[in-house]
Design a protein around this ligand. Structure first.
Ligand SMILES: Cc1ncc(C[n+]2csc(CCOP(=O)(O)OP(=O)(O)O)c2C)c(N)n1
Ligand SMILES: CC(=O)[C@@H](O)[C@H](O)COP(=O)(O)O
Ligand SMILES: [Mg+2]
Length: 632
């Protein structure tokens, strides 16, 4: 690793000889496998951009030239080349973020891990450069073929093409995959461009030999060059990019560092908007990743570096229950179809796809399209189930509101990774959905607490054909079933404690979704302090059930506990509904604060945000003035 250890900035990379560049690439690959095997992370995507990133930093002068990475999960090599080599705490509290981070480096700009935004960033930066006298500087956006299936990317390309005098280089990192092979017409187009690699080779042969053989040879080359355009348009209609007014360079072998450098220098010299189409391989150079059919080790946990096998077997989780139940539903409901935004495996739709291949649709990284096309499917008599990570539904809010809800479409959204996820950083926490969807007229949202309630919520949702339904659950392992001891007007009662002190206040503890476990434990702590406690789980939390306001009215104090942003969350809405119906019981809403959370483990965040039972109970006792040593 001697060479990698000598790299402290891109200037060091630019000083390397050809031989050293090749050795650096080897050292980086070895480092990535050894380090990411220990910590987990996006191993496959970063193995695919080693030579590309080296070439980027040899051709462009970051941070004078601005580099933005779409989604940012493939920026590990960029971090290594900009002086950050301590990956020992990657994605952990105090360690490197798994994405670009402005607090880490002046070379990092876009921290958002939501795909398809980089080109818009680049367009804006290029416009600012032009207006502020920095027009000589380049903006370079690296975007994957998957991210290029997102609508924002095409909005941006349309604008980028309008700026013919802006120095903007779009590098398409085309490895043919998101998780699965990338879908759709764009993928097919990139494929045809990819397969015309032969023309580039013929052209370069022509340049070297024909043009050296005097006028006849030069004539022949010029004819061939003219022909290339014609043939390419026949075999690989380049029109898409060039018709947009974007110069196209490529396709170039993304693992031939010199070829990539050459293509980037051509693009840099062009001085206007240009696409460089780089062909890479996800997982390149690491056999277990190259052979991983599922997703080329897109995102791995801790693995054995030699075999690539996971060190800890994946435990029974929320996703696997959804995966099983949606198949059961699909067997009895032929109208139920499933939609994924390029995440078939991660959201658990693979078994459904295996059994009902004609009833599952991968729309690419296109959540807005997923939502509105689902409204179309519902109009056509289907019941679509749109399975996405909670945080990624944010970008489809208007489609949920104005295409699905406004038209009372029976669409079910299944939100995996809802709540605190932690190690993927601020833009990955699924903490926004309940506050965001709480204002959607007619929408019904379920937050199941365990396997039975998840299965029940899914079965209930697909029976609703005149409104959007949402089922949200957290990442990872699922706790044991938490049975109700009673039910009051559709609200599950999970525990009752009579309380030792006759005159002690009574507290209603409302657990939302997976936080029901915390609610039960909080109730036990409060009971130990002599309070009369009722612990409930409404299961369907939007709209806030009227029965919950009645239960609140029967208690002296209410505390709600939710794995979502507390502003506008379930607790806040319950307080509003209580006021609406004249219930004066104070509602103490406990949840995630309205701020962006740095990467850390979920448990660390729960502790830091005082979402654990002891902290919640302490805050309730404080509010009631019943903490030992506080005024009664
Ligand atoms: C809006 C949004 N939807 C889904 C994801 C989840 N996701 C992360 S990376 C990825 C695949 C990206 O594919 P590509 O852009 O080709 O990059 P590659 O991993 O191939 O380098 C997806 C779907 C996301 N980050 N953002
Ligand atoms: C970058 C991205 O959005 C995904 O790769 C995400 O990091 C995966 O998250 P999980 O590991 O929770 O599936
Ligand atoms: Mg890709």
């Amino acid at each position: 690793m001697a060479l990698l250890e000598s790299i402290t900035s891109p200037a060091d990379v630019r000083r390397l000889t050809r031989t050293q560049v090749a050795r650096l690439a080897e050292e980086i690959r070895t480092f990535l496998v050894e380090s990411v095997s220990r910590t987990g992370g996006h191993l496959g995507p970063n193995l695919g951009v080693v030579e590309l990133t080296i070439a980027l930093h040899r051709v462009f002068d970051s941070p004078r030239d601005t580099m933005v990475f779409d989604t940012g999960h493939q920026a590990y090599v960029h971090k290594l080349l900009t002086g950050r080599t301590d990956f020992s705490q990657l994605r952990r509290r105090g360690g490197l973020s798994g994405y670009p981070s402005r607090t880490e480096s002046e070379h990092d700009v876009v921290e958002n891990s939501h795909a398809s935004t980089a080109l818009s960033w680049a367009d804006g930066i290029a416009k600012a450069n032009q207006l502020q006298g920095r027009g000589q500087r380049h903006v370079v956006a690296v975007i994957g073929d998957g991210a290029l299936t997102g609508g924002m990317a095409w909005e941006a390309l349309n604008n980028i093409a309008a700026g013919q005098d802006r120095r903007l280089v779009v590098v398409v990192n085309d490895n043919g995959r998101s998780y699965d092979p990338t879908i759709g017409g764009l993928a097919r187009h990139l494929d045809t461009l990819r397969t015309t690699q032969g023309y580039e080779n013929v052209l370069s042969w022509g340049k070297q030999t024909l043009r050296r053989s005097g006028p006849p040879g030069r004539f022949a080359y010029d004819a061939l060059h003219g022909l290339k355009k014609g043939i390419k348009d026949v075999v690989a209609p380049q029109g898409m990019f060039e018709d947009l007014g974007l110069k196209y360079v490529g396709p170039v072998d993304g693992h031939d560092e010199q070829a990539v450098e050459h293509a980037l220098r051509r693009a840099k010299a062009f001085g206007g908007p240009v696409i460089v189409h780089v062909i890479t391989e996800k997982g390149r150079g690491y056999t277990p990743a190259e052979q991983d059919v599922a997703d080329r080790f897109h995102a791995v946990g801790q693995i054995h570096p030699e075999t690539g096998l996971p060190l800890a077997p994946s435990r029974f989780g929320w996703t696997s229950v959804f995966a099983d139940e949606i198949v059961r539903i699909g067997r009895r409901r032929k109208d139920v179809v499933a939609i994924t935004a390029a995440m078939l495996q991660p959201v658990g739709l693979a078994p459904f796809a295996a059994e009902f291949p004609d009833r599952v649709f991968d729309v690419g990284i296109a959540e807005q399209h997923a939502a509105t096309s689902a409204a179309g499917m519902a109009f056509g008599g289907l019941h679509p189930v749109v399975a996405v990570y909670a945080t990624f539904l944010n970008r489809a809010f208007d489609q949920v509101l104005m295409d699905v809800a406004l038209h009372r479409a029976g669409v079910t959204f299944v939100l995996d990774r809802a709540g605190l996820t932690g190690d993927d950083g601020a833009s990955h926490n699924g903490m926004w959905d309940m506050a965001m969807l709480g204002i959607v007229p007619g929408l019904r949202l379920a937050a199941p607490r365990d396997e039975p309630t998840l299965r029940d919520a899914l079965r209930t949702s697909v029976d609703v054909d005149d409104a959007p339904t949402v089922v949200r659950y957290p990442k990872g392992a699922m706790g044991d079933p938490l049975p109700a001891v009673d039910e009051v007007d559709g609200i599950d009662v999970l525990a009752r404690h009579d309380g030792a002190d006759a005159d002690a206040p009574s507290v209603l503890v409302v657990g939302v979704g997976a936080m029901a476990v915390t609610a039960v434990a909080t109730g036990e702590v409060l009971a130990a302090h002599g309070l009369r406690v009722t612990v409930v789980d409404p299961r369907w939390v939007l709209p806030v059930p009227i029965a919950l306001t009645k239960l609140a009215g029967a208690h002296d104090h209410v505390v709600t506990i939710e794995d979502g942003v507390v502003d506008g969350g379930i607790g806040a809405l319950l307080g509003q509904r209580c006021t609406d119906v004249g219930v004066r019981t104070p509602v103490q809403a406990v949840g995630v604060p309205r701020r962006f959370l740095d990467h850390a483990s979920r448990d660390q965040l729960v502790g830091e945000l005082r979402l654990g039972p002891n902290d919640v109970a302490r805050d309730v006792l404080t509010a009631l003035g019943r903490l030992p040593g506080t005024a009664q």
